[in-house]
Design a protein around this ligand. Structure first.
Ligand SMILES: *[C@@H]1O[C@H](CO)[C@@H](O)[C@H](O)[C@H]1NC(C)=O
Ligand SMILES: *[C@@H]1O[C@H](CO)[C@@H](O)[C@H](O)[C@H]1NC(C)=O
Ligand SMILES: *[C@@H]1O[C@H](CO)[C@@H](O)[C@H](O)[C@H]1NC(C)=O
Ligand SMILES: [Zn+2]
Length: 390
């Protein structure tokens, strides 16, 4: 980020009184930005909407998991000064806070609107190409965050929601283990319904797959590669164990499709002329049917039959998550990614909805369109109003 007359632009952003000014300040940064000549840019009018300005500001605050402090401060200031909300911050770890915002003094609300403010690395700055909004987090999940806040603010302005109806919750740490949402269980709150924001391409999710993670560790005996028969090659052992996984039949269901398995990382050995002493692999299973315990058993049996000496260590296990979709007017879908939904305890209804596609989230071409972002505001408004009618 460039310094303006020695003043850190982040400071200007925090002090700026309106969302439009946030946008104007940050637009000075990318030289290729199309807004410099309004006459040549038919998009300049929609560029200045509060929705687009908020989305841009969120993306311009890098918030890779663990480094969420700046975006929390920005969002707190925004919600307090623009929506006049009461903001409660909940420490999750040093310099990492969840943020709960509500009207007046009523922390207890019928409905909760929530998403996460952390992103995966690496940071990619915001840029706009025509109607496409690019950058890290534009989809996952700052598109949902911006659309939820604008939906809330629109319903507030029209008098459709009041103190005690809806709260906003933005958590840290969703991308790596869910420490933020885990901590929300300590707030002692409960809701009739919770609307989770993640990219669903504006469809209401009927459910999402569960997950199971594990590592395989193979131990060998080191030695000179000229005499492989005198050592034990841990990489060879690992490869045979992984091969046993390739043929494994895992359960499937009509609703969630196939349980899939991805070997995401392998490592081992030290040099080409040394018999490797150790090797390991980490694997992620997306559970579509059955139980995590049952799948764990299938995996253990297959791997240990091929290589009895390897060590298997399972880190988490969760079955498929059914969701609520009893609200008219939405296409529905089933998604294959995990969310914070199972981490929030309680018997609330669970809705999952948001703009953008998971297929570009986490990629170097993460982006969504202006139209999708705008449509998500209407979608959230419908979900809020329909949930409040029940
Ligand atoms: C947070 O803001 C400070 C001050 O502007 C800056 O030095 C730091 O790099 C920012 N952190 C992240 C993760 O962007
Ligand atoms: C802001 O909210 C408080 C309640 O928390 C209320 O008393 C006050 O009137 C509100 N201010 C405006 C400008 O709406
Ligand atoms: C599920 O796996 C079967 C083969 O086992 C395959 O034919 C089918 O296309 C898969 N379904 C999906 C949705 O990927
Ligand atoms: Zn996400």
């Amino acid at each position: 980020m460039k310094l303006l007359n020695g003043v850190n632009p982040c400071l200007l952003l925090l002090l700026a009184p309106s969302p439009f000014k946030f946008s104007a300040a940050t637009q000075a940064l990318p030289p290729q930005h199309p807004l410099q000549d309004p006459l040549q840019d038919p998009l300049s009018i929609s560029s200045s909407t509060p929705l687009l300005a908020l989305h841009e500001s969120l993306v311009n605050h890098p918030s890779t998991t663990g480094l969420e402090a700046n975006i929390t401060t920005f969002l707190q200031t925004h919600l307090e000064s623009h929506l006049n909300l009461t903001v409660h911050t909940q420490p999750v770890a040093p310099n990492r806070q969840n943020l709960l915002a509500y009207l007046g003094t009523s922390r207890t609300t019928r409905l909760l609107l929530t998403s996460h403010i952390d992103t995966v690395p690496p940071y990619i700055p915001y840029s706009r190409h025509g109607n496409a909004l690019h950058g890290r987090g534009t989809v996952d999940a700052k598109g949902s965050v911006a659309a939820q806040i604008l939906a809330f603010s629109s319903l507030l302005a029209s008098g459709a929601i009041h103190e005690g109806d809806v709260a906003l919750l933005y958590v840290v740490g969703e991308e790596t283990g869910g420490a933020g949402m885990g901590a929300v269980n300590d707030l002692g709150l409960s809701w009739e319904a919770v609307i989770f924001g993640e990219p669903t391409e504006l469809k209401l999710a009927r459910g999402h797959k569960g997950g199971l993670g594990f590592t395989i560790t193979a131990k060998g005996r080191a030695g000179h590669s000229g005499y492989p028969e005198l050592g034990t090659n841990a990489i060879d052992v690992l490869v045979r164990a992984l091969y046993a996984l390739q043929g494994l039949k895992l359960p499937s269901s009509k609703t969630y499709g196939n349980t899939t398995l991805t070997v995401g990382k392998i490592s081992g050995g030290v040099a080409a002329n040394v018999i490797p002493e150790s090797a390991f692999a980490t694997v992620s299973v997306r559970v579509a049917a059955g139980t995590p315990e049952g799948i764990q058993e299938l995996i253990e049996r297959a791997v240990l039959a091929a290589e009895p000496g390897v060590e298997l260590s399972f880190s988490y296990g969760i079955g498929p998550i059914p969701l609520d979709y009893d609200i008219e007017g939405f296409e529905t879908t089933v998604v294959s990614y995990g969310t914070d939904i199972p981490r929030l305890k309680g018997d609330h209804k669970k809705y999952l909805y948001g703009p953008g596609s998971i297929l570009v989230a986490h990629s170097d071409h993460e982006h969504l369109t202006v139209a999708d972002l705008e449509a998500a505001v209407e979608g959230y408004k419908t979900l809020i109003l329909e949930s409040l009618k029940r």
